[in-house]
Ligand binder design. Structure first.
Ligand code: AMP
Ligand code: ZN
Ligand code: FE
Ligand code: FE
Length: 280
């Protein structure tokens, strides 16, 4: 193995099964080509890409970790994303929650399109549906359509102008509490990790999530400042939690590249081991 990827794992990646653009097998192929030793697929609200990624990783020198990302919101309105690692794809209460979240995404997207149309942007529902390609629709799909319509320079610009909270196209997501998200992941046998906590990482919030069964904190992420990362590492250490990290890669040319934020592959193995007793 050559290069910077050797011994490293990118544990936060989205595929076309949610709001990324690359197929799960293509992500695995690229991770291997980059020399990464581990990869987790963490699509929003769906496990639909996991089987393909797992199959593509078979026989390669790559530790594959199945994952999921849930977007929750705390009582004070702060967004809290929860990653679930090592969750079996076997139905049960988590699958029902995911199903509800996906249905809510479809309704929310219809409202966002309607809002944009009312503010003079004639977004076509079919264009967004084609962009999503059957995946649970998310703002990045809408952003890419707006870019193609020439209404935004790039995806980041589309968020700034239209899709961020307070902008004309924004609609909130259904309310899911962070504790409920953590508990659902735990009950399904997975390890729950607080994704990119940033400045939202406070003592009280962390204590509540730990009490709900939190198993890790995503300490390395493009949105985390050096200070955020420092506090997250300290908190993980203090509570005996895994310190995870990843690029949150969605598409080439959007935000940061695949494999640009990594942790030692031992963290991937740690997550799998922690989930395994429940997976068996
Ligand atoms: P949604 O789940 O539909 O609310 O969309 C959230 C997704 O949009 C997340 O996966 C983020 O990676 C992405 N996102 C949020 N803010 C931005 C931004 N300013 N620029 C690009 N992508 C963003
Ligand atoms: Zn996303
Ligand atoms: Fe997130
Ligand atoms: Fe993400």
């Amino acid at each position: 193995m050559k290069g910077e990827g050797a011994g490293r794992a990118d544990l936060h990646v989205h595929s076309a099964a949610s709001d990324g653009v690359l197929a799960p097998a293509e992500l695995v192929r690229r991770a291997v080509a980059l020399g990464l030793a581990g990869l987790a697929l963490t699509d929003h609200d769906t496990q639909a890409g996991l089987a393909e990624a797992r199959a593509a990783a078979r026989g390669r020198r790559l530790v594959f970790v199945p994952g999921i990302e849930l977007s929750a919101e705390d009582e004070d309105g702060v967004e809290v994303h929860i990653l679930g690692y090592g969750v079996p794809e076997s139905g049960g209460p988590l699958a029902e929650l995911l199903e509800r979240m996906r249905a809510a995404r479809a309704e929310r997207m219809a409202r966002m399109i309607e809002r944009l149309r009312r503010s003079g942007l004639p977004v076509e529902e079919e264009d967004v549906a084609r962009e999503a390609g059957g995946a649970p629709p998310g703002r990045p799909h809408l952003a890419r359509v707006l870019v193609r319509m020439g209404r935004a320079r790039d995806v980041a610009d589309a968020f700034d102008r239209y899709l961020a909270p307070g902008r004309p196209g924004y609609e909130p997501r259904p309310k899911l509490s962070p504790e409920a998200a953590v508990r659902s992941v735990r009950a399904a046998g997975g390890v729950a990790v607080w994704a990119h906590p940033g400045p939202a990482l406070g003592k009280a919030r962390l204590s509540r999530l730990v009490a709900a069964g939190l198993g890790g904190i995503e300490c390395f992420h493009p949105d985390m400042t050096a200070e955020d990362t420092g506090r997250a590492l300290q908190a993980a250490e203090a509570h005996g939690l895994a310190a995870t990290g990843g690029s949150d890669f969605h598409a080439e040319g959007e935000r940061v590249p695949l494999g640009s934020v990594t942790v030692p592959v031992s963290v991937a193995l740690e997550l799998l081991a922690a989930a395994r007793h429940e997976l068996a």
